[in-house]
Each structure stands twice: as C-alpha cells, then as structure tokens.
Design a protein around this ligand. Structure first.
Ligand SMILES: [Fe+2]
Ligand SMILES: [Fe+2]
Length: 163
C-alpha cells in the first residue's frame, strides 16, 4: 500500500541528536489515536445488525489497521534498536496479530455473532491500549526522546484517521 511504500523510503531517523529530555510527544499522539479507536469500536459494536453496520465496521477496521501499521513501521523498529528484539514488543506484536485476526473474522452475518466478536475485541483492544499507555509509550518517550519529533512527523505523514 502507498503508506508502506512511503515509509519504507523514509530517511533513517537519528535518535542521537535533538533533545534528550523526555517529553510526552509520542505518548500523547498515540494515546489520542487510542481514544479515537475506542469510539469507532464502540460505534461498530452498536451498529451490529443494523443497515449501516458494514460501513461503520469498515471505518473502524481501516483506522485500526492504520494505527497498528504506524506502530509497527515507525515506533517498534526504533524502540527495538534500543532494547533489543525481546521485551514488551513481543507481546505487542502478538496482540496486533490477534486484533487483525478478529478484524478478518468479522462477517456481515448475524447480529449475535457480530456482538460476540465485539465482546472479545473490546476486551483485547482495551487491554492492549492499557499496556501501551502504561508501559510502551512512556518507555518510548524516554528511550526515543532524541528523535521524538522526527518519529511524530513520520507517523503524521500517514493518511489521517477519518474523523
Ligand atoms: Fe499496538
Ligand atoms: Fe496503540
């Protein structure tokens, strides 16, 4: 997709320059996306079985996939360069795969199946967001302080979540 191509050609980000005092630049931006996703998820849950259900779900799916891709293509690689391949990223990637699995499992069929899927989705996404906001994002603010503005610019370069 265009987003991936654009990021793959992005100039390398140098985290050794810039300010070294942690700000909340990264955590603020990403947590704000979580709040948008929470609202879209609730809307898609409530729209299960309604005529507009498929369209509302498609909007949620697009926004969620966009957010997961931003984290995996921009944040996680820079984070891993400073912490190694283990640490919290292992669980974060597993949860991203689980979220994608649920998104793919969504069917336009029955109301009950849709609501059951969102029962699982809501728990998974809520727990994932909490872990990121309590652990990963604060660590990112500290570890990536020297390139936070560059990373933010790279994330903003991606198409905006439709509001
Ligand atoms: Fe995530
Ligand atoms: Fe996230």
């Amino acid at each position: 997709m265009a987003f991936g191509r654009r990021l793959s050609t992005m100039a390398p980000i140098d985290c050794s320059k810039g300010q070294t005092v942690a700000s909340r630049v990264l955590s603020s931006f990403l947590a704000a996306q979580h709040r948008e996703l929470d609202q879209l998820m609730e809307g898609a849950d409530n729209a299960c079985g309604t005529p507009q259900g498929a369209a509302v779900f498609a909007r949620f799916r697009e926004a969620m996939e966009h957010h997961l891709e931003i984290e995996e293509r921009v944040l996680f690689p820079e984070f891993a360069r400073r912490t190694g391949p283990g640490g919290p990223l292992v669980v974060m990637r597993q949860e991203h795969d689980a979220i994608r699995g649920l998104l793919s499992a969504h069917q336009s069929g029955g109301d009950a199946a849709c609501r059951a899927l969102f029962d699982t989705m809501t728990v998974l996404v809520s727990q994932h967001h909490l872990k990121e906001e309590n652990v990963l994002y604060p660590m990112s603010d500290t570890l990536l302080a020297g390139c936070a503005e560059d990373l933010l610019a790279a994330m903003r370069e991606a198409p905006a979540i439709h509001g």
